[in-house]
Design a protein around this ligand. Sequence first.
Ligand SMILES: [Zn+2]
Length: 604
Amino acid sequence: MKIIYSILTTLGAAIMFVSCGSPVEKAVGETEGTASGTNQLSLADVNTRTRSMDPIVTTATLLPTTNPQPTATVEPIVTPIPTASPKPTQTLVLIPTPTATPENYHTFINRNNGLIFVLPQTWEQKIESGGLQIFWSNADLMVLTAASSNQDLGYFVKNWFSNKPLFVETKRSEQRHMQIITGSLGMAYRQFVFIENAANDVSIFAFNANPDYLETYVPIFKGILDSIEIDASLIARTPTPSPTLTPPSIYTHVNGNQIPAKTVAGTNSCDQRFSDTAFCIELLIYEGVTEVHVQKAIDALKAIVGRYPVSESELKVTWPHFGPNGGIQNYLGYVIWNPETSSKTDIYDDLCMFRSISDSLHIKLEKDVCLSRVSGSLENTANGGANQGGAQLGHNGYVIHSATGLYETPLLSPAAPAKLLFKDPRKVAAHEYFHSYQDSHAIRIPGPAPASNQVPKTGPVWLMEGSAEYAAVRVSSLEGWMNWETQMKERMNVGENALAPYPNKFIAQHTTPEEKQTNDQKDPNMGHALSYELAIWAVAYAISISSQDAIMVNYWDDLEDYGYQESFRRNIGMSLKDFYISFREFRKQSLDQQYSSISSQIIE
Ligand SMILES: [Zn+2]
């Protein structure tokens, strides 16, 4: 199948780094990683801010051009819900068949259901199996028939969209017995037209366009729409029941617990050592990784999964990618590789079992495309970092990448100089796990990922990184790997020193991926302080005026219902704006005073 990847690239560039709920997944993260190596902020610092470079194009439209497979882009037909009282057959308006079709137009007539419409003959590809599909270079149209089961058209439409949680409706209108619903699916422009046909089924027109080419295609769509008619006289007097199209069963996703058996590395089932969380965690270990390396990851995961667990119900999605009943998006692959000895082929084979597997509904992404997308975030960890990728629509699971270099970092006594412990690999691993915890609370929020100059669905960047770092340092302290007091005090010192030359820089100016990028480029130390050192303190301070659960549990649980701003307000007890004012005041206190507010936070 030939696919226009340039569209994906274009769309992907706009959304790839924010769409997985990972606001720091900026391209600049790469640069930062390099920068941090030269300013002694390496390892722990790198790994916490070079999260997945994996392009996430879940919302991009995949538009086949020349040779689409017959089964591509077929939307599943919603299983109709029978209504209690069948409504009487609607009298159809008979409209004369157009007598003269303009040149370069083609009239389509369906003698089974009386549907007539006209299309300009500008298409590049037409497929007539599995419903009529027309492909232009940057748009497509699919015409389907679905059994209405005697449902009222309005009810049918409602039912249809109940299965499309990610469709964002922007306009709805009625015209000559047609219901016309316009909106977007991710970045793609979509328009659906529903009309009851003369066989008492519903004919559905699904238009799909690259938003950059709306000027070209909206008039075409309108022309087609205006031509749609139902002519009952086309149907024979003893009509045979019109065949209902059954969508092909091309489902790209499976429940997470089926993935371990598909990967080469790891085991064939979810790792029971981490069963305190509903993530199905699998350790994917490759050549050249020792047991000593792996043990550090195991210790970290054991320490954090039970303290910040997700539930199965939180991981349930209604995505049609899983099939008509949705599925459980719970796989978390934890990769440990050795850049010198591990087989990249094996790693990519495994990653492409669950990462970057689809672009559009029921379209499996080709292997080479997947490889190009998963390689960057893996390679990013080669020098000892780690990163995490959330499980948005195009993926069938979460991923944490880490390389042996990370685990080579020796484990030090909690009494060692506090800053040396910033690099503790167990803390880093816990930090990345918490990013999966965060992302899992936002995967069901409908609508496209916010642009990079907007706050991600999961919340401001400082809060994402600050809470992941907080969870990691807290867990490390509870496990006796670190000392809470020396760690937190050192972080405040490092953060305030980095911010000293920038009196106007504050977490309130570090909320969007774009702001983070700007700050990191201006001064990596300053950007780092706003992502981590000051951010962890902002989270600790927020807990001191609310509770552990308020910000580390309830805030995430409420994201889906309230969005980040309202979730913050109702759980912390003040708006983000007021919180910034309050935290500014807190910063003026002495370090001992500040610490006294958070000293009890590691008591379980
Ligand atoms: Zn992070």
